[in-house]
Design a binder for this molecule. Structure first.
Ligand code: ADP
Length: 659
């Protein structure tokens, strides 16, 4: 392991125990032995030349012996060369043995060459140091000293050979400056040579050990680096696979998913999101209250400009001007600005774009209509584990089919209300129709008697007919399809309209409807009047139904039953409260939680659908308001429903998304 103190180990002595280290040592020794063979070819060529010259100049007495040694050494080198070619994959131990054999035979060969060419007086005697140096390069300290010892033995033998006449010697034919004559001189020379050999062995092995240690460290670093690179590559592959999987999952989602950073750069968008377009996204973010820089200004919604890691020269599209060279030229010649991608190419930090988005604290739901399609979008913050906002994610779900179904259900519910109002309307029509009939008969009598019809009679017929038409028109307006354009409406107008629609049927049921004028001037509300009327009619009808469940006596005690319609300014915010209150039994606490659930009803079969309040709440929320059941302010029994609507011109708080 890197960083761990390790005992220095000889590279080519005791095996490291690490298979990779052993392999590295083997390869190193193998290369050096090949180098040694090549070196030997050069050395033997040099020796051949030297022997030939020595023979030519009659320097040596017995050249034949030298040629014989040379021949043997050449043959030995050939054999080594051949063996290496035939057995290239030998183990470290075999290579060590071969190395020792090569060096040993070299020393013996050099010893013989020196022996037959003047012994210690031959200046080439210093070539022994080369062998020790080579051994120190090839082997560890122990083996290098062994080789130095062998060489010293050969040197000592040469000294002895000259000193002891029975060993014989082959002196040089010429004086070469130094010719040890006495035993002391020969001994001194041999000792100097042996010391040189030992010192060389020490010096070179020390240097080699140091180098080997460094080599080992480098190899370990390399191995560690390779391991890290491999792990990184694996992690990258895994990340890429995860990314692709996430991308594939995102792609097969029906919902559009788009991730935008705080500088309004679109980081990711699946196909469904791309199909709804940047404008829809901008609209969603604006409505969610997250957009702080409008499109068109720098930093507004844009596709990524700099592709991370890409050189704009390879991808000119990345440059805002399309061509990095032109961008540079403009900046230099005309003092124009460099686009962020070119700045990145030049190694400079591009200026941080202004913050364009504010991440919402809670997910915000934004409903959008675009091109005849309905979308339900949720804008949520993307945060780091520490809670720091990084951007926003917009999930967009197309709800066109559901909305259409909802509209149908709302309309059906409205027709249900129309049916319930019909009796009252029919009764209400009866009176003017009776009056019209009476006056028409009078006009007919006048006509039969040849008298001119009285103007007052005709006026009465006209005014009563108009009254009928107004009643029928009101009903028709109410029964119209739900939806429609939003318009500025005075809250009182809404209440009056609802009072007109419901008063007849309530009167028929013996219930008083009070529509109180607001005490203060109220701001207008921006609503689809038709939809809000449906909400209020449903609340009034429910109140009447509740009053009818009271015992006669109880109802009489409460003054026959009354439903009150009121409007007033909403406390604490710029909005309006529309209140529908009754003296009925109220809603038991147990039922209050289920009240707004679809299909919750306590009414008998055929009378209640259980959809009225859930639809009403949905309509009010679509207008950015709330519908709630609250306790009556005066503490009397009964129910009080409050519709809170934002004033026109005041941006409705985008509704928090349902969890
Ligand atoms: P439906 O009128 O078809 O039953 P709604 O959703 O309009 O459906 O009403 C659900 C239930 O809420 C009613 O069945 C009734 O029990 C209760 N409710 C609604 N308004 C009142 C009220 N003013 N007083 C008492 N209970 C009410």
């Amino acid at each position: 392991m890197i960083g761990k103190a390790t005992e220095p180990q000889p590279a080519t002595g005791a095996l490291a125990g690490d298979p990779f280290e052993e392999l590295a040592q083997r390869d190193e020794l193998d290369g050096r032995l090949a180098w040694l063979i090549n070196l030997r070819w050069i050395a033997l060529s040099g020796v051949c030349l030297a022997v030939a010259l020595a023979q030519g100049f009659r320097v040596v007495a017995s050249p034949a012996a030298l040629w014989a040694v040379l021949g043997a050494m050449l043959a030995f080198n050939f054999a080594l060369y051949g063996m290496r070619r035939n057995h290239p994959d030998r183990a470290l131990r075999a290579l060590l043995a071969e190395g020792l054999l090569q060096i040993g035979l070299d020393i013996v060969g050099l010893g013989l060459l020196i022996f037959f060419s003047g012994g210690l007086s031959n200046p080439f005697v210093f070539f022994f140091t080369h062998h020790v140096v080579i051994a120190a390069i090839l082997f560890d300290r122990r083996k290098a000293y062994g080789v130095a010892a062998l060489t010293s033995g050969v040197v000592a033998f040469l000294a002895l050979a000259e000193a002891l006449p029975w060993l014989g010697s082959w002196p040089l034919e010429v004086e070469l400056g130094f010719h040890p004559a006495s035993l002391w001189e020969r001994g001194g020379l041999a000792l100097a040579l042996i010391l040189t050999l030992c010192f060389s062995a020490y010096l070179v092995t020390t240097i080699m050990e140091h180098l080997r240690r460094r080599g080992r460290d480098v190899r370990r670093l390399n191995a560690d680096l390779a391991d890290r690179v491999e792990r990184l590559a694996r992690a990258e592959r895994k990340l890429k696979a995860e990314h692709q999987r996430a991308r594939a999952i995102l792609e097969c989602m029906n919902e559009g998913v788009m991730v935008v950073d705080l500088h309004a750069k679109v980081l990711l968008a699946n196909s469904a999101a791309q199909s709804s377009g940047v404008e829809t996204l901008t609209d969603t973010l604006r409505r969610a209250g997250t957009l702080v820089a409008e499109p068109g200004s720098r930093g507004a919604l844009h596709e990524p400009c700099v592709h991370e890691g890409a050189d704009p020269r390879d991808d000119p599209e990345a440059c805002e001007k399309g061509d990095p060279d032109e961008c540079l030229h403009d900046a230099l010649e005309q003092g124009g600005e460099l686009c962020p991608s070119v700045l990145a190419m030049l190694g400079a930090d591009p200026p941080a774009p202004p913050k364009a988005l504010e991440a919402p604290q809670r997910p915000v739901r934004v409903d959008l209509e675009s091109g005849g399609r309905s979308f339900e979008n949720t804008v949520s913050a993307v945060r780091t584990p520490e809670g720091e906002a990084q951007g926003v994610v917009v999930v967009s779900r197309e709800v066109t089919a559901r909305r259409s179904l909802e509209r149908q259900v709302r309309h059906a519910e409205k027709l249900h209300a129309v049916g319930r109002l019909a009796a009252g309307v029919a009764h209400e029509l009866n009176t003017p129709l009776g009056t019209i009939l009476g006056y028409a008969q009078m006009v007919l009598e006048d006509a039969r008697a040849g008298r001119a019809a009285k103007e007052a009679d005709l006026e009465a017929i006209e005014s009563q007919t108009r009254r009928c038409r107004k009643i029928v028109q009101g009903m028709l307006d109410f029964a119209r399809k739900t939806g429609g354009e939003r318009e500025r409406v005075a809250p009182e107008r809404l209440l009056t309209k609802v009072a007109e629609l419901t008063a007849h049927s309530l009167k028929l049921r013996g219930i008083e409807l009070e529509c109180a004028a607001p005490a203060e001037a109220l701001p207008d509300v921006a609503v689809a009047p038709n939809e809000l009327e449906q909400v209020l009619v449903n609340l009034v009808t429910n109140a009447a139904d509740a009053l009818e469940t009271l015992e006669e006596a109880e109802r009489a005690r409460r003054g026959g039953g009354r439903v009150t319609l009121r409007a007033r300014e909403a406390p604490q915010d710029a909005g309006v409260l529309l209140i529908v209150e009754d003296d009925g039994p109220g809603v038991p606490e147990l039922l209050q939680r289920e009240l707004f659930e679809p299909f919750f009803t306590t009414k008998p079969m055929g009378k209640g659908t259980g959809l009225g309040l859930s639809i009403a709440r949905r309509i009010v929320e679509d207008h950015g308001g709330t519908l709630q059941l609250v306790p009556r302010a005066d503490g009397r029994p009964g129910a009080r429903f409050e519709v809170r609507l934002p004033a026109a011109g005041v941006r409705a708080e985008a509704s928090p998304a349902a969890d």
